[in-house]
Write a protein that binds this ligand. Structure first.
Ligand code: SER
Length: 312
C-alpha cells in the first residue's frame, strides 16, 4: 500500500524540516503538511498545505479521508516553558490531539502514527547520568506530565487495539532553519544566533547545567528510521530513549569561541533553571541502538560548525 503522510504541526521547529524530508522521500503529492496557521513559506508553498486545528477531530478525519492518509506525524504541542505559563491549554493540546490520532488509528482509518515524547518525562527523582530506558519517572512540569501520560496511552492503544504507534523521547533539538518556541533547551539554539549577531549571549541557565541535546539532522533521521523500521523491531511502544550529545552552557560557549574568539557569555538563570534541574544530564539509548539500529552522527564540534556556517 502506498504511503501517504499527514504532518500535523508542520510549521514548527521539527515540523518544517520533517516536512521537507518526507516530501523528498515520498514525493510532493503524497505528503500533506498542516498547521493552525500558515507560518512557514517553504512548508506552505512547496507542496500540499492545509490549515487545521489539532484539537478538531472532524477536521483531521476529513483530511485523512480526502487524501487517503496512511501515516500521521503529530508534531503539534506546547513545549515545557510555555506549558508552565498555560497549563490547562498545554494539557488540552498535548493530550487531546494525541487521542484524536490514536482513535483514528483504532478505527482503522490510518496505519501508523509518529508521536514525539521528550526527556521531560523524567523528573528530579530519576537517575540523572545515563538515564536508563526503564527508571523512576516523576515529571514535575505540565509538559512532562502530558508526555508521560501520552506514553502510557500510546502503549495502551498498541497493546489493546494493535495501533502501530512509534515514539522517541527527543532531547533538546538544535537547528538553524526554524527557531524553537517555548522550550527549556532553546538557549542552545539562541546562543548561535546571538554569537553571530551580537558576539555576546545572556543564558537563562547556569553554566554547569548539562542537558541531553541533538542536532536536528540526527533527530529527523531517527524519526524516519523508526517509522520505516519493520513493525516487529519496535518493541517499545511507550517511547524510546534517544541520545546524541550532552553539554553545558559553558561547554557550548567554549566551542563557539573556537570560531568566534571574542564571544562572551553571561548567566542569569530564570524559572527554566528549575525545569532543567529536574531533567537528565545524559541518556542511555541502548534499546534504540539494538532494536532499530539507531546511531547518532553529530557531536558538539560538528554541530557548531554546521550551525555557524548556515546561520552566517
Ligand atoms: N526541548 C523541549 C523543551 O525544552 C524538551 O522536549 O521543552
Amino acid at each position: 500500500m502506498k504511503t501517504k503522510v499527514l504532518i500535523i504541526g508542520a510549521c514548527g521547529q521539527i515540523g518544517t524540516e520533517l516536512t521537507h524530508k518526507l516530501r523528498d522521500i515520498y514525493g510532493i503529492d503524497n505528503v500533506v503538511a498542516s498547521d493552525i496557521r500558515k507560518l512557514n513559506n517553504d512548508v506552505v508553498n512547496n507542496g500540499i498545505f492545509e490549515v487545521i486545528n489539532a484539537l478538531d477531530y472532524n477536521q483531521i478525519e476529513h483530511l485523512i479521508e480526502q487524501y487517503q492518509i496512511t501515516d500521521v506525524y503529530l508534531m503539534a504541542a506546547l513545549l515545557s516553558a510555555t506549558a508552565e505559563k498555560n497549563p490547562a491549554f498545554a494539557w488540552d493540546l498535548n493530550m487531546n490531539s494525541l487521542f484524536h490520532v490514536l482513535n483514528l488509528a483504532k478505527a482503522g482509518k490510518i496505519k501508523k502514527i509518529f508521536w514525539p515524547s521528550s526527556i521531560a518525562v523524567f523528573g528530579p527523582t530519576t537517575p540523572r547520568i545515563n538515564t536508563p530506558q526503564y527508571t523512576i519517572m516523576e515529571p514535575t512540569t505540565v509538559y512532562g506530565i502530558s508526555k508521560q501520560t501520552g506514553e502510557r496511552w500510546c502503549e495502551y492503544y498498541n497493546k489493546q487495539y494493535g495501533v502501530d504507534v512509534r515514539s522517541i523521547r527527543y532531547p533538546g533539538l538544535i537547528s538553524w532553519t526554524t527557531e524553537p518556541g517555548g522550550g527549556t533547551t532553546d538557549y542552545a539554539v539562541d546562543i548561535y544566533h546571538k554569537a553571530l549577531s551580537d558576539g555576546a549571549f545572556e543564558c537563562f541557565l547556569s553554566e554547569d547545567t548539562a542537558l541531553p541535546m541533538m542536532y536536528m539532522d540526527d533527530a529527523i533521521r531517527a524519526t524516519i528510521e523508526i517509522m520505516q523500521a519493520d513493525e516487529d523491531k519496535i518493541k517499545i511502544r511507550s517511547s524510546y530513549n534517544l541520545s546524541g550529545v550532552s553539554f553545558t552552557p559553558k561547554e557550548i560557549a567554549t566551542e563557539i569561541k573556537k570560531h568566534i574568539p571574542d564571544f562572551t557569555i553571561t548567566y542569569k538563570p530564570d524559572f527554566r533553571q528549575k525545569i532543567a534541574d529536574s531533567w537528565p544530564a545524559s541518556i542511555d539509548d541502548s534499546n534504540a541502538r539494538e532494536d532499530w539500529q539507531w546511531k547518532h552522527q553529530f557531536d558538539l564540534a560538528s554541530m557548531t560548525i554546521e550551525m555557524l556556517e548556515n546561520l552566517k
